[in-house]
Design a protein around this ligand. Structure first.
Ligand SMILES: [Zn+2]
Length: 238
């Protein structure tokens, strides 16, 4: 299967939380989308790998994602090692995504910033003809960094107002990780569901407001944006 857009992240649910609305919107526009979870999230204190796999598959369905798999890198030990880079490069050659979304390269959780490096270098290596892996050499055209939780100014924001409710459903689908078990103290849960809901709502509103819409998801690209017609540019200045 060949994809138009592939989102790569460290843990199942990372993609839903940072760019789930954009994935859904792109699928609705007719693009083929996919998610590659680097780990199965097995270090999470909640839910079994089996439950998580089921939750991830359900979320993918809600976001109209055509392809979702895990690279089976050990959770809490995501490293841009040669071995992982080659395996990621093989996936890139198989899927040939035009655009790849990666986590931003600075983060609190080491898995997140290592996922960024591993993702970028895997995409780069996939284009080297002499690489000792199968498949035709291929490099994605565009790499976007998701900056929802990063304190940097995004290059652009995608309007996800129409997709927000469905993204919300996809995130809540990861119930095993956010919902306290019966009788459990909610303050002990890493990010209890009510706090998470509140936080994701605030972030999406914040970025939406920056472009004059209700909800948005922010991205950064290293390249400059090319503009053809400055009279048709969106987002009001004054
Ligand atoms: Zn994560």
């Amino acid at each position: 299967m060949h994809l138009d857009l592939l989102a790569i992240a460290a843990h199942p649910d990372d993609v839903e939380l940072t760019c789930g609305g954009t994935l859904l919107k792109m699928a609705q526009l007719g693009h083929k989308t996919g998610i590659l979870d680097l780990t199965a999230g097995e270090m999470g204190t909640r839910g079994t790998p089996k439950i998580r796999a089921k939750e991830a598959a359900n979320a993918a369905k809600l976001l109209h994602v055509s392809w979702r798999e895990t690279l089976s890198v050990p959770d809490s030990d995501v490293q841009p090692s040669r071995q992982h880079k080659l395996r990621l490069a093989a996936v890139i050659r198989q899927l040939r995504p035009k655009t790849v979304i990666l986590p931003y390269w600075e983060a609190r959780h080491p898995d997140h910033y290592h996922a960024s490096t591993l993702g970028y270098e895997g995409c780069f290596l996939a284009g080297l003809k002499q690489l000792p892996i199968t498949g035709e050499a291929y490099r994605p055209f565009k790499i976007l960094y998701s900056v929802s939780y990063a304190s940097v100014r995004p290059t652009f924001v995608v309007d996800i107002s129409a997709q927000y409710a469905q993204r919300h459903r996809a995130i809540l689908g990861f119930a095993s990780q956010f919902r306290p078990k019966k009788g459990e103290n909610t303050s002990k849960v890493h990010l209890a569901i009510d706090r998470l809901e509140d936080e994701m709502n605030q972030l999406a509103r914040h970025y939406g407001q920056m472009i004059g819409v209700q909800y948005g998801e922010p991205f950064l690209q290293k390249e400059l944006m090319k503009v053809e017609d400055v009279v048709k540019m969106e987002v009001r200045s004054i």
